[in-house]
Design a protein around this ligand. Structure first.
Ligand SMILES: [Zn+2]
Length: 369
């Protein structure tokens, strides 16, 4: 596939430095790929700031104005009305408006290259802010670049399949397209009983003409590569193929990794990349976005390896010396794995198989699968 990667150093220097969603993690991914020589074989695209009218394709004018005002330090806006606060999950800080426009603009630049056909796959690791709602922030997400980018495809009459493999439910994207059959949303995530945002059960399938077009595949804590891949394989490829989208949009959060400090799923980089390979097999045009991932070394390796799959780079396991010396990572692939017991894995397997059976009866008939 003709591939491109979206990055500018401005992404890594902007943002809230003490936040768990470290902006520098994007720099690690870029520098690792650069050390591998990835950009002599594929294109590098520079993101721009999204325009207000582009944000308003999803967000309410009141919310956009509130983010602008708080960013400029103006008085008279109650951040709590927009789920923002000084020191919570969604902190407001000087310059946050401009900083938040860049990932959205990056996803739109990527979408334009796919529409024009100058690229077949574009990876914007700064994108994937899947929790943000039309009128408020949520789960570290200010503006929902995923929905804005999908809307840009819809405005051109394209049908979109969205697959979200972040450990958290892609609730903001699901909600935005819950009533339409023009977007198929599939979110695979840790079961909401154990993880934010708590939604994403198999019973959430869409409403009205959208019934059957919102799909949720929850996993039990302790789910490893084998359990995840078996269920994913039974659900995602058949539904995406039946839907036959013009473009595939994916949120590739790598917080499913067994070393991630915020979640309880137990994938390895190898398992994660098998998912990315499966997604590649489903895409004619593919907008790949980032997402969660809270262990910087894992994020660097997972997303570099994922881009290796997209751009067919064949990255060697041994990490180039220049990067190894700066960051102390020596191998691209995991050499160890999760420490889950046999009974934990069996419980996760039983749970996953039950979810697949429920989806086969609740959702598959809508797609004649
Ligand atoms: Zn996440």
């Amino acid at each position: 596939m003709k591939a491109a990667f979206v990055y500018t150093p401005r992404l890594a220097s902007a943002g809230f430095p003490d936040h768990v969603l470290l902006p520098t993690r994007l720099q690690y991914v870029y520098e690792l790929l650069e050390a591998y020589g990835a950009f002599s074989h594929s294109q590098l695209l520079v993101p721009r700031r999204a325009r207000i009218r582009e944000l308003l394709a999803f967000h309410t004018p009141e919310y956009v104005k509130a983010v602008q005002s708080l960013s400029q330090g103006k008085e008279g806006v109650d951040p709590a009305c927009f789920n923002l606060s000084a020191d919570g999950d969604n902190p407001h800080y000087p310059g946050m408006y401009e900083t938040s426009l860049l990932p959205v603009g990056g996803s739109l630049v990527a979408a334009m290259h796919l529409v024009k056909g100058t690229c077949e796959v574009v990876f914007n690791p700064a994108g994937g802010h899947h929790h943000a709602a039309a009128d408020c922030a949520s789960g570290f997400c200010i503006f929902n670049d995923v929905v804005v980018a999908i809307n840009s495809f819809l405005s051109r009459g394209m049908r979109v399949a969205y697959v979200d493999i972040d450990a958290h439910h892609g609730d903001g994207v699901q909600e935005a397209f819950y009533h339409t059959d023009q977007v198929l949303t599939i979110s695979c995530h840790e079961w909401g009983d154990f993880l934010f945002p708590g939604t994403g059960s198999v019973e959430e399938t869409g409403l009205g003409v959208g019934r059957g077009y919102s799909v949720n595949l929850p996993f039990y804590p302790g789910t490893d590569d084998g359990v995840y891949l078996e269920a994913f394989h039974q659900v995602v490829p058949p539904l995406v193929r039946a839907f036959a989208p013009d473009v595939l949009v994916t949120q590739l959060g790598c917080d499913t990794h067994y070393q991630d400090p915020l979640t309880h799923l137990c994938l390895t980089i190898q398992g994660y990349c098998r998912l990315v390979e499966e997604l590649k097999g489903l895409a004619v045009r593919w907008l790949a976005l980032g997402g969660g991932g809270y262990e910087p070394g894992v994020v660097a390796r997972a997303w570099a390896a994922a881009y290796g799959v997209m751009a067919e780079l064949n990255l060697p396991d041994r990490i180039p010396t220049s990067f190894r010396e700066s960051y102390g990572l020596s191998r691209l692939w995991d050499t160890e794995g999760p420490d889950a017991s046999h009974s934990q894995i069996e419980e996760a397997r039983r749970f996953a198989r039950h979810q697949v059976e429920r989806l086969q009866s609740l959702v598959f008939p809508y797609h004649r699968v």
